[in-house]
Design a binder for this molecule. Structure first.
Ligand code: 87F
Length: 522
């Protein structure tokens, strides 16, 4: 056991060194050379080296790399996005009568063992505390990778009669999964933030209903907040949470890499955990019955999907609904211009916008040129820039510049607030539509194995008629195994296209049962 994991650790360490090298000098070039090449501060283009592009964009100023591989510092620029989503989701689940709580970070080995069958595949990823100071702990303690085993013993204690149901708890916390495949900021990190909801009901019907209510909230986070289109659907038997009955998910797609990404999951656990943890209650008839359970989570991965979807060669592009700064106001003074007048106008405009609930800031720093500020805020992805120069002051107008499409306009100051509100709404809408068009352009319906392989090589999001057999998915995985990972099912969309009688499975040739999305994934 110790042998292989040590080996793996070495590989990861080597990667850190490389990452560090990249931090010191992106691509081994000096900043000036970088600027000369792109004129914009990023040393690589999104289409040319997506991995390096993503890492650079994240560093402005979403994350900072840390000296432990797979761990990242979330800087205020990204934490603010997390908090905005949190505010939305937290209010929504409270409307559903879900209550927040907090369980400990540590798991005793005993309860972890209890879930043995389901945890088996995950065991290598569990991190353990084995020492305090220099002495070994008598019993090592695990760090939660998820909280089923932490919470459910207490569900068993707290749930006694039918009046104790439903029990609906959620916690906002961090979890640790000691991953060995290549770490990626937000997308695959060894510690991440999430919410985990764990609910228990008297009936399966109530549980089923909640699974979909939560999934709809996840769709809204992606589509309404992050402007990222997702597909709602059912996970295959192979890809579902092994401890549960069925798993639903929202799936996103990254055109540049041709990879699907599981955005969030909402599981119906059935009665498996109730059996394991003896979560029983006395029903109205005085009989002992088992509860039905759900669990659901979304994590800081959402932010990574958003960055990958919208960013361009100038850097980040933040959807207005999650941007901590929606409007940046920049003074553009010329030599002999009324500089104070321009500065005052900037301040007045920021006040008016903030008063109307718009998140606006001014950049009055005198050690940077307006041009430098433009690219700096573009790199950070602020959705709308307002410039004020002497001409604008004279004409009682401002210049607006959209980050999403670069469109400029001169707007009278009179109805600026209304105009900015409209512009932000348009930017939000446009970002979603552009992302959706790009995704749609990647969707490929296929019928045969040859078409499948061709589409896979072309980085398509594949929609295929499938027999829905576990063994067939395993075969597809085995046959497509390669350096870039195997193809697997992403989900079977709830919104199913028509499946004509007699349609055959692309992989097995047996009668197809449903349309399913396939691809490589993160
Ligand atoms: C890693 C190590 C140990 C995922 C793990 O999706 C255990 C696990 O149980 C593990 N990685 N999982 C599945 C998590 C399932 C479920 N938990 C609650 C969710 C939603 C929130």
């Amino acid at each position: 056991m110790a042998g292989p994991s040590e080996k793996k650790e070495k590989v990861v360490k080597e990667k850190v060194v490389k990452e560090k090298g990249a931090t010191a000098a992106p691509g081994g070039k000096k900043k000036k050379d970088v600027k000369k090449e792109t004129g914009l501060g990023l040393s690589v283009k999104k289409d040319e080296n997506f991995g390096e592009w993503y890492s650079e964009v994240c560093k402005h100023e979403m994350i900072e790399y840390y000296d432990i591989s797979g761990c990242y510092i979330l800087r205020p620029w990204s934490m603010a996005i997390w908090e905005i989503m949190q505010t939305f989701f937290d209010a929504q689940i409270k409307k559903m009568k879900v209550k927040n709580c907090y369980f400990p970070l540590f798991v005793s080995p005993g309860v972890l063992e209890k879930e043995k069958d389901h945890i088996e595949g995950f065991a290598p990823e569990v991190a353990w505390v084995t020492k305090s100071g220099k002495s070994d702990l008598e019993v090592p303690i695990a760090i939660r990778p998820t909280s089923e085993t932490v919470m459910y013993p207490y569900y068993s204690k707290w749930i006694r009669g039918h009046r104790d149901l439903p029990l609906k708890l959620n916690q906002w916390c961090n979890v640790v999964r000691w991953e060995f495949s290549n770490p990626t900021p937000f997308i695959r990190s060894r510690e991440f933030l999430w919410q985990e909801g764990h609910t228990a009901f008297a009936t399966k019907e109530e549980a089923d209903e909640e699974v979909l209510q939560i999934l709809e909230l996840y769709r809204r986070i992606y589509e309404e907040y992050l402007a990222v289109p997702v597909v709602k659907g059912m996970k295959s038997e192979n890809e579902k949470f092994a401890g549960g009955l069925y798993t639903t998910s929202v799936e996103a797609f990254i055109p540049n890499t041709g990879r699907g990404v599981q955005g969030a999951t909402s599981h119906c656990l059935g009665q498996n955990f109730a059996k394991m943890f003896e979560i029983n209650y006395e029903n109205e008839k005085g009989e002992t019955a088992m509860v039905w359970q759900n669990s659901w989570a979304y994590s800081t991965r959402t932010i990574g999907v958003m960055i990958m979807t919208h960013g361009d060669d100038k850097g980040l592009i933040l959807p207005p609904k999650v941007a901590s700064v929606q409007v940046i106001v920049i003074p553009v003074p010329y030599k002999d211009a009324n500089t104070q007048g321009i500065f005052d106008a900037c301040t007045a405009i920021v006040s008016a916008l903030c008063e109307a609930g718009i998140r606006a800031e001014e950049d009055l720093r005198d050690n940077y040129s307006p041009g430098w500020k433009y690219s700096n805020w573009e790199m950070k992805g602020v959705p709308l820039r307002i410039e004020i120069g002497p001409r604008d002051l004279e004409n009682d107008q401002v210049r607006t510049v959209r980050r999403d499409n670069g469109v400029k306009a001169d707007i009278p100051r009179g109805n600026l607030v209304e105009h900015v509100k409209e512009l932000l709404a348009k930017i939000q809408q446009n970002m979603y539509e552009v992302a959706k068009q790009k995704r749609e352009a990647c969707v490929q319906e296929i019928k045969t194995w040859d078409e499948f392989i061709k589409a896979l090589n072309e980085k398509k999001l594949i929609l295929a008629p499938w027999c829905d057999e576990e063994e067939v998915e395993r075969e597809v995985k085995a046959r497509t195994k390669g350096e870039t990972g195997a193809a697997k099912t992403l989900c079977s969309p709830f919104d199913q296209p028509e499946l004509p009688e007699g349609t055959l499975c692309f992989a097995s040739g047996k009668p197809a049962k449903k349309w399913t999305y396939w691809g490589r994934s993160y």
